[in-house]
Write a protein that binds this ligand. Sequence first.
Ligand code: 8X3
Length: 250
Amino acid sequence: MTATAVVTGASSGIGAATARGLAAEGYDVVLVARRADRVEELAAELVKAGHNARAEVLDVTDRDAVDAFAASLPSCDVLVNNAGGAIGTESVATADPADWRAMYEVNVLGVLNMTQALLPALVESGAGTVLVVSSVAGHVVYEGGGGYVAAKHGAHTLAATLRLELCGEPVRVLEIAPGMVKTEEFSLNRLRGDSDAAEAVYAGVPDPLSAEDVADTIVWAITRPAHVNIDLMVVRPRAQAAQHRIHRVA
Ligand code: 8X3
């Protein structure tokens, strides 16, 4: 039987590229996202290319909907928790608590919802994988990033704790922590739709990572033999030696 991979946040960016990559590796792919048109279009594209793929319109922060989805899924071998994002760049002193709450909901509780709901199926598979797409923001702190950094530290903590708790079970827990990745939406969402400001994030950086670069790493980690657990990989562009050390050309 073909292995099934569930990818959240699959309508664009890293999630869409990961769904494509796993489909190319022969997985049956379930593309989870809130936006029906985008995710259905991608699933149709994959099916047309000869892959097994389907779209699931689902908000990972809606626990009842997540449970209903899990109950409808015949089996699950891989869960890629990719849905997430940043809202705003305000300081701790000025941030809107509603933004922090929204970031915690999707980046942490969304991962918790999907993982709890699919864990029985992942154990049942005999060789399950939970992968969390966290961020370098789960491992460092920076000014103006407080709410996102706090949430991504939460996602990292969830992954690390789950790995301890599942020791002895046939389920791996992997974490991929991307640095600067130029996707169509990440910075645009963070900067509340200001496209000039979003473009400026990557200004002069010779080669920021693409969604495909990160997906390549995710797919590589997932396709290692089942006993090989890539605990954590930090993936940055060469031009970003550290959070505050970015090479830009004029
Ligand atoms: C996004 C990377 O550097 O903006 O997760 O925190 S960063």
